[in-house]
Design a protein. Sequence first.
Length: 502
Amino acid sequence: MPDTPDPAAPVRKTEDAVVPAPSPSPEAVAPAPGRPGAVDRYFSISARGSDFGREIRGGFATFFTMAYILVLNPIILGSAEDKFGNHLSGPQLVTATALVAAVMTVVMGLGGNLPLALAAGLGLNAVAAFQLAPLMSWPDAMGLIVIEGLLICVLVVTGLREAIMHAIPAPLKQAISVGIGLFIAFIGFVDAGFVTRIPGETGSVPVQLGATGQLSGWPVLVFCLGVLLTVALLARKAKGAILISIVVTTVVAVVINEIADIAPTAWGLTVPAVPADLVAAPDFGLLGSFSLFGAFQQVGVVTIVLLVFTLLLSDFFDTMGTVVGVTHEAGLLDQDGKVPNLGRVLLIDGAAAVAGGAASASSATSYVESTAGVGEGARTGFASLVTGGLFAVALFLTPLATIVPSQAAAPALVAVGFMLMAQVRHIDWEKYEIAIPAFLTIAVMPFTYSITNGIGAGFVAYVVIKAVLGRAREVHWLLWGTAALFAVYFAIDPVEQLLGVR
């Protein structure tokens, strides 16, 4: 087979054709003008079929779809009080949340080279606020989160965490991605007020359309316009579709909020109003305010073990589901379905949990909203540098960063949910031993509002069905161990009763 001419080589014209000139030795010439630069090569931007424009748009899209955490995390942690009646400062929580997100997202970009952003984990902050704090002081509670993060790092260093991820069958990984798609779409519908829980309803349909069974109010209209704009731009394959939708819908929301008579509470946590001040000085008062072993003086060892186990399991598998889902959507899984640089990615994620506890921002973890950036074309860690940089800017521009209401950001989650849902076609629905666990994984995530619960249901069903079919040996021993841990996780209430730690 003849050698293929180097497309970057200089050319020499003849009377009949244009042919490549002989290539000089690398030592004799400078790099060709078209050769990717150092930054491009480091992040493999061109190699992954991306460009700087896509990475920047993706970084912005991810930031705007998860900027709500700058509001939500301080509300969840700040609304709770510890055993001694103490509350955490709201401004200090905003600073801690933004700082941890900025630093760890940049570290993920540089070390993991994936378009993954990290911030305080939803659900994990609720555990800190409503399970840990009532039993101990805030520094003691944050110390347990640091311990949980250190344990995750140990699992990564020993290779156990990565081995568990590799032991999961490919169809279950695909089901995890699909389940996450439905989950984040559901989050979008709920956050926007398009879907609400029926107040006080326990014996009938638990959710409904709008607040009263029908759509009403300007904020929901903004969301609907945002969804239509997003899907229209996606259908036309417009560059920057998701980011354009977020920006345009936010502007519309600001205008409507100015001219219409709307109660501030109708928008939810974020009111799209032009802030009086664009700059706010960060308050770093909570950094380092944790006690590594203080909790052992407040509650028993068994209780601490169970609390750390709950944190560990939730963080472990939420991250696993998110990493697999985001990288699969980005087309970055290798031919064996493995995540690139997985060991480093998981170690950074564990370090983020440590950083979150040390800053009193609760455990930080990888965010499934990173798929919004992937939807914009992000394929590398350069997008994470952009997202992390925006979180750093948010330290000083928090009023402006939180102007985006959920009704403007939620359409992006619905669109990304559609993108992830497309992966359902790869699952063989004719084979019940994988189809049933896949279905449970997909269904349980949105129905229980938890990625962890969906993964657990799928794992337990998978090993049980294999055992019933007499094919238990086909199941990796790590999956057996993980399924057993999930069985304990689901039965934690009776376990606590048996151990007398309620």
